[in-house]
Design a protein around this ligand. Structure first.
Ligand SMILES: C[S@@+](CC[C@H](N)C(=O)[O-])C[C@H]1O[C@@H](n2cnc3c(N)ncnc32)[C@H](O)[C@@H]1O
Length: 342
């Protein structure tokens, strides 16, 4: 009997959608995917080649979404309806759908309401046997031009990667989970260290840290009980029971033991708080976390009050600035600050 021939898996092109400022951190995640080869990057996306079909492709914690890229040497999207192109598109979509069920699909494209996209939706719906839902469709097909034609980016997951399954409670001003993962990475908490998320809100930073690696203590403090109730719901959904939540004003609360890592997504003064209140809150916060931290502590802050925060830092004797990163978040450009205790 002839030996079965080994068939090397086909190498495919994938794109990661990334928040501005986070590309270097997501590149590290690509290095963790053995065999993946980065081929292109810009401020908000990274392309890489990868040959296997694995669950790992949907495990990027610091990217917004991951797509399979299918390219077509065609002059306009109408040509996607041609036999050869339609077959190529179907085969790429079926590859994505093979292990991940999708209930519906939608387009994200300029002119997605045009008659051409309506025809494409009809044909795809017949072939895939799932309905076209223009607003809520799970399988997202992003159609856009590239220098030699058009490409279709097929999102591998029904929801963005940054929409974590543990998030059952949302809060105005809630932090993007991929940004939280990066803030925790900058702080580098070790298993024997104590971690405090001051002003924890719905608990994003706490949960991202607890799921990544344990700490000796994980504590969240927030002045609003409803924020803590929301955080507890999210912690329960993530099956995390050992995180302590304290209802207190962080500027007045005397921490019993010093913390080694402190993270905070401070109020920006628009959706939460006010610029006037921040002028008092920010210096009081910096003084409080200096009192409640160990001599080798790291403080990681996200804020949009850049002028206020940098003015305070210049005068502050407790913290030294190690890194500052401009990032995008919900249409704003806040900064992450990594500070070490002096
Ligand atoms: C931008 S939100 C934090 C969002 C949070 N990272 C999340 O993912 O949901 C800021 C939080 O600071 C809290 N806060 C404001 N002033 C505070 C204070 N003095 N002490 C403790 N918490 C405070 C607010 O209640 C709010 O939940």
């Amino acid at each position: 009997m002839p030996e079965p021939r080994f068939q090397a898996p086909k190498t495919r092109v994938f794109e990661l959608e990334v928040l501005q400022g986070l590309v270097p951190f997501v590149l590290n995640e690509i290095l963790d995917l053995a065999g993946a080869k980065m081929i292109q990057k810009n401020e908000e996306s990274i392309r890489f080649l990868y040959a296997a079909k694995t669950e790992k492709l949907s495990h990027f914690r610091k990217a917004i979404a991951v797509y399979l890229v299918s390219q077509f040497a065609i002059p306009r999207p109408k040509a996607l309806l041609g036999n050869q192109q339609f077959a190529q598109l179907l085969s790429a979509i079926r590859w994505v759908m093979a292990e991940q069920p999708f209930q519906s699909f939608r387009f994200e494209a300029a002119g997605k309401d045009s008659s051409v996209f309506n025809r494409l939706a009809e044909e795809l719906s017949k072939a895939l046997e799932i309905p076209f839902e223009p607003e809520e469709g799970e399988l997202m097909l992003r159609v856009r031009p590239f220098p030699d034609g058009w490409e279709v980016l097929i999102r591998l997951t029904p929801r963005p990667l940054s929409a974590r399954p543990w998030r059952v409670c949302n809060m105005a001003g809630g932090l993007n989970a991929s940004l939280a993962a990066v803030m925790n990475e900058l702080a580098r908490p070790k298993p024997h260290e104590r971690y405090l998320n001051a002003m924890c809100g719905s608990g994003t930073l706490l949960i991202e840290q607890a799921l990544k690696s344990p700490c000796k203590a994980l504590t969240g403090v927030d002045i609003r009980q409803e924020a803590l109730d929301c955080a507890r719901k999210n912690l329960n959904a993530a099956a995390l029971s050992k995180v302590q939540l304290i209802n207190a004003d962080i500027t007045k609360y005397e921490l019993e033991q010093p913390f080694d890592v402190i993270t905070a997504d401070l109020p920006w003064g628009d959706a939460i708080g006010s610029h006037k209140a921040n002028a008092e809150l920010y210096p009081a916060f910096l003084a409080a976390v200096a009192r409640g931290s160990s001599h080798h502590a790291r403080l990681v802050i996200l804020t949009h009050e850049i002028k206020l925060f940098e003015t305070l830092l210049k005068k502050d004797k407790n913290w030294t600035l190690k890194q500052s990163i401009r990032v995008s978040h919900s249409g704003h450009y806040p900064r992450i600050y990594l500070l070490h205790k002096v």
